[in-house]
Write a protein of this length. Structure first.
Length: 245
């Protein structure tokens, strides 16, 4: 007993360890629960905010879709207006061009009739002027125009007839076609005081190549007034038709 301390005897209390362990576990659970509820709150808040954002985005998409539909309709209307205006402008331009051509034609006609009357007054006789031929549709069909004048003394009306005759080549041979074989329009009866424009239509036989046109006019009692003119076909037919033959 001398050198050794007396043996210390302590009471064993296991319930204290269990109590501390329980307290520690409770603290951990409380902390975990607090963290969970905070995370849950944040998640729910984020979901609520996301739902609001989605609603805002959906509403914005609907607004943009409606605006797109409205703009598409406006574009369609504007395109149609541009198309209509373009067609109207083209029609106006075409009409102006046609009017310009008509004015040029009328100017030429005025000059033609001025020269015609001047020549007729100088000669004071029966005259044939301005013979022109133009394709009238159909193979060998031609329309023509010719002006007859008579500037004799007085204002008497004379009656007469005009005949056309064509000379050319048919099947390699020289051939003449009389008025009766050119169709009813190749012979025209007329009444003439000072001037008269005659319009008609002739029909050439297939394969015939005209070279000359003869105009024969007879008027007055017993054909007392007469005139005969001969023209080169190339000089009196429309320029386009000359190029085709």
């Amino acid at each position: 007993m001398g050198r050794f301390d007396p043996l210390a005897i302590r009471a064993h209390r296991p319930w204290r360890t269990a109590l501390w362990f329980a307290l520690l576990l409770a603290l951990v659970l409380v902390a975990a629960a607090a963290l969970y509820w905070r995370e849950l709150g944040d998640t729910l808040g984020a979901l609520a905010e996301s739902s609001l954002v989605r609603r805002d985005l959906a509403r914005h998409v609907d607004e943009l879709s409606a605006e797109n539909t409205r703009l598409a309709a406006e574009v369609a209307i504007l395109r149609r207006e541009i198309q209509v205006k373009g067609e109207a402008y083209r029609m106006v331009e075409a009409d102006l061009a046609a009017q310009g051509l008509r004015i040029a034609e009328l100017r030429d006609e005025v000059q033609f009739y001025r020269g015609l009357f001047k020549r007729s007054l100088e000669t004071a006789t029966l005259g044939v002027h301005g013979l022109r031929f133009q394709a009238a549709g159909g193979e060998g069909a031609y329309g023509y125009r010719v002006v007859l004048t008579h500037m004799g003394k007085g204002d008497n009306v004379i009656e007469g007839a005009m005949d056309l005759r064509l000379t050319g080549r048919l099947e390699g041979q020289r051939h003449t076609i009389e008025a009766k074989d050119l169709g009813a329009g190749a012979r025209q009866e007329f009444k003439l005081k000072h001037f008269r424009q005659l319009d008609g239509r002739i029909l050439l036989p297939p394969g015939f190549e005209p070279q000359q046109v003869e105009v024969s006019v007879r008027a007055g009692d017993e054909d007392s007034i007469h005139v005969d003119h001969s023209y080169q076909w190339s000089a009196v037919v429309d320029s386009l038709q000359r190029g085709q033959r």
